[in-house]
Design a protein around this ligand. Structure first.
Ligand code: GTB
Length: 228
């Protein structure tokens, strides 16, 4: 018998994450999405931590044109943008998108909705709350930003109704939507939408979410000085 070629070693993807996240492990930085997707499909991965200064250096800019995290490297493939990364993971592995074509297309539409329709008014409100509080226009602008975010949350809440997930079983769209809704500028409005609060809790209860959350938190607990 001719000698058999060794099987290709499995590629372990590597992602980047903040060396020092401003939220100190509350899971709001976007590497959380990628970690969660990889955990859902059971794909081991490496993490390379980068400082804010490193993110703006040529080596990182070659991976991410905007000098941000997360990035995703798998062999020759380098990706940025969490939507593209999560879609890539979902297309490579079973479990994050339906097999049937029309259901899969609808799930992908919900992925875009999470990032393109629901997240922008939330991010805009968050940015104003963080960076414009001392500006003379803030008092007048804040209610407008809240109203825009609420409109999206109200429509999403009405559509979700009493379903567990956006469209049938849990998909990558739910993964993205839950991370969007966890952002502080959405979370502080969720009292009015109990079904969205329950939806987030369902996402956070998933074992894969818990593993991803614990792993990103461990970066910061490892850095904290030990209590005496
Ligand atoms: N559209 C891109 C994607 O989805 O991948 C956006 C990536 C992005 O915003 N990355 C942020 C970043 O690298 C980290 S997640 N920022 C550094 C920079 O732009 O220089 C945004 C984020 C950061 C911190 C918190 N936090 O501490 O609460 C929450 C969210």
């Amino acid at each position: 018998m001719p000698p058999q070629a060794d099987p290709e070693p499995a590629l372990i993807p590597a992602i980047t994450a903040f060396e020092a996240s401003p939220d100190r492990g509350r899971g709001h930085a976007r590497d959380m999405r990628v970690r969660w997707a990889l955990e859902e499909v059971g794909q081991p991965y490496d993490v390379r931590l980068v400082s804010f200064a490193e993110m703006k250096q040529p080596a990182h800019l070659a991976l991410h044109p905007f000098g941000q995290i997360p990035t995703y490297e798998e062999g020759d493939l380098a990706l940025f943008e969490t939507g593209a990364i999560v879609l890539h993971i979902a297309q490579q592995h079973r479990g994050l998108l339906p097999e049937e074509a029309t259901s899969r297309a609808r799930a992908i539409a919900w992925m875009f909705a999470a990032l393109n329709t629901v997240e922008p008014p939330i991010v805009e409100r968050e940015a104003a709350m963080l960076m414009e509080r001392d500006k003379p226009w803030f008092e007048a602008r804040a209610p407008l930003l809240e109203e825009r975010a609420r409109r999206r949350l109200a429509d999403l809440s009405a559509r979700l109704d009493d379903a567990d997930w956006l469209d049938g079983s849990f998909t990558a769209a739910d993964l993205l939507m839950v991370t969007v809704l966890r952002r502080p500028a959405a979370a502080d409005l969720l009292d009015s939408y109990p079904n969205l609060e329950a939806y987030i809790a369902r996402g956070e209860a998933r074992p894969a979410y818990r593993r991803a959350f614990a792993d990103q938190l461990a970066v910061f607990t490892a850095q904290s000085p030990r209590p005496d």
